[in-house]
Design a protein around this ligand. Sequence first.
Ligand code: SAH
Length: 235
Amino acid sequence: MSKRILIIMAMAAEARPIIDQLGLHELPANPRLTSHFPRFQGEFAGKEIVISLNGKSTEYGVDRIGTEFAALNTQSAIIEFAPELIINAGTCGAFSADADIADIITSDQPVVYHDHRVPLEGFDCFAMGAYPTAYCPEYFQGIEHKLGVVTTGNSLDMPDIDRQWIRQNQGMAKEMECAAVAATAHLYGIDFLPIKSVTDHIDIELDNVEQFLNNLGKASQKLSETLIRVLTNIK
Ligand code: SAH
């Protein structure tokens, strides 16, 4: 039986290139889910692939970025597809010394939060989280990539306290979904792997939003090419 791989993505624009390049078909809405996560399925390199998006907010008409819908999306897709591996693919910010625009960052270290601060014994570690990744060098054979900590929060900006936490944790990829997806995968005992492409530098003057919008196309294309190569390498 072929390996089932679930790819969780937050934004439709990030996912479009990979959905098109893999030739996946959209699944009909699952009537049991009150909130609809757009899902695309197909076969590639002997694996069964499902891409599941966080979907669009009916109230605001934008992609449901951030942790809540990432966790709901992941849990419902796990129940429906019983994947053997979950990949969270998307874009991220990075310090300019660590990575260039469109560079690929993955991780062999636990995924953490940088905005869950609870200074109470036990709760502090629980809040920050440390959700394992299943990085294998073979998956990235021949693919240029950086290894670093992926760090999650629910804001695109970076107040000083978040910056301190990111620095303390040696965060390399700052984004808004990964720890929630990793936590859900961990809850179900499923292997988890992040693959992120850099859209913006978090330490330079130009506004993150402007950088993000300028670089989204390039980063999403690079993400798609990388995913195709990783999916090919996975045995
Ligand atoms: N302004 C954009 C929204 C981008 S939100 C728009 O209108 O389309 C950021 C999304 O990209 C999130 O899903 C997050 O995971 C990722 N991301 C990219 N750069 C980020 C950064 N610097 N900080 C946090 N998340 C970032």
